[in-house]
Structures are given as C-alpha cells and as structure tokens.
Design a binder for this molecule. Structure first.
Ligand SMILES: [Zn+2]
Length: 236
C-alpha cells in the first residue's frame, strides 16, 4: 500500500469518527425539545382535566341553586295553601306545588349524574397529576443525561480535532486539499477496489485504473466517483 494512502486511511478514520460525533451532537437539541414537548403535553392535559372538574362543580352549584329556589317557592306556595279558604285556589296551589316538586326531583337526578361524573373527572385528574409527576422526573433526568452527553461528545470532538490536525499536518498539502474536497462532497474519500469494483460507488473501474492502483506508484482515483482507490488484497 502506498504510504500516502496509509496516512490518509488513518486520517479518514478520524474524520469518520468526527462525523459521527458531530451528527450525534446535532440531534441533541431535537432530543431535548422532544422531552420538553412530552412534559408540556402532560402539563396541558392536567390543566384541561382541572378545568373539567371546575366546570362540573360550577354546574353542580348552579343546579343546587335552582333546586333551592324551587324549594323556597314550594314553602311559599304551601303557606299560601294553608291561608286560603277557597277550594279552587287550594287545588291550583297544590297543582303548582306538585309541578315544582317534579322539577326538584328532575334537577336532583341531574345533580346526581353530575356528581357521578365529578368522581370520574377527579379520578382522571389524579391520574394525570401522577403521570405529570413521573414525566417531570423522567424529563429532568433525560435533560440531565443529554447535557452530560453533550459535554462529553463536545470534549471528544475537540480531542479528535486535535488528533486530526496533527495527522493532517503530515500530509502533502495538495494531497490534503484533494482529500478535503472529496471528504466534503462524499463523506468518504478512500475506497477499496473489490476486484474491479469501487467500494465507494459500486461501479466497475477500467482496466487502466485497476492496473494503476495495483502498481501503487501514483494516487489513483475512481473515474466514476473520484474517490481514491486502492487494492488491499489480491492474488497474483
Ligand atoms: Zn467510485
């Protein structure tokens, strides 16, 4: 193997490490946003469950008020009933009392329904609050881990960048410029030739290219993708 290619393979190994680390660090903000989004959604669910409980209680109080008003009316009508001496008026008042009592009975049924609904709503709220508490703890832990990982990956990037710079300084300037150009475009610069096939683009190279790579006198590029090709093993 050409010593230059050996050099570049080591450099490429570091560059691939760097690329993986940079990709990892790049997706961290999205991971953090995701975790925060989960917390926001359960927080909203708790608020909405609370609001439902409150609205139901307001509806119950309104029914109680309506029941009380009718009960007061019934007391008033019964007093009038005892005070009257006219039979037709007594009967009319009795009819009114009965009507109001029917109303009260219906309102009480509705109130009972709302109270039962209230129990279900309160249970739902309690469940949502418990879920919020768990999520809060989970998200806090997750964000802590992301931050820790971020600092760790950042330190490793710096470390690899120093190593990379040291290696790059030893490579011929023109060769390095060519390498960097292919790296920026393809991500991978050096590709093995498997038989006559470039491992980078999976295309067959010409016999001339194959022979150049095999001769190991000059740096040889794949005519199709431009990557530097080399032959790791072959049988004579
Ligand atoms: Zn190729």
């Amino acid at each position: 193997m050409l010593p230059e290619i050996e050099q570049l393979l080591i450099l490429q190994d570091k560059d691939q490490h760097l690329r993986r680390l940079r990709a990892e660090i790049q997706k961290m903000p999205a991971d953090a946003e995701n975790a925060k989004g989960r917390l926001a959604s359960i927080t909203a669910a708790v608020a909405s469950a609370k609001e439902e409980v409150t609205q139901n209680e307001i509806a119950i109080r309104s029914l109680e008020l309506q029941i009380q008003t009718r009960r007061d009316t019934i007391v008033r009508l019964k007093t009038q009933q005892f005070e009257t001496r006219k039979n037709d008026e007594f009967a009319a008042l009795a009819h009114e009392v009965k009507r109001y009592e029917g109303d009260v009975s219906k309102l009480e049924d509705s109130e009972m329904e709302l109270m039962e609904k209230g129990e279900i709503l309160k249970a739902g709220l309690k469940e949502a609050q418990a879920r919020l508490a768990t999520t809060e703890a989970d998200v806090k832990e997750e964000l802590g881990k992301i931050k820790e990982r971020y600092l760790n990956v950042k330190a490793r990037i710096k470390e690899f960048e120093t190593i990379r710079a040291g290696l790059a300084a030893k490579v011929d300037e023109d060769l390095l410029a060519g390498y960097d150009r292919i790296l920026a475009g393809k991500g991978e610069v050096i590709a093995e030739l498997n038989g006559h096939v470039c491992a980078g683009c999976h295309m067959r190279v010409t016999a001339a290219t194959f022979n150049d790579a095999r001769a190991e006198r000059v740096i040889t590029h794949c005519p199709n993708c431009g990557r530097i090709v080399y032959i790791a093993h072959w049988d004579d």
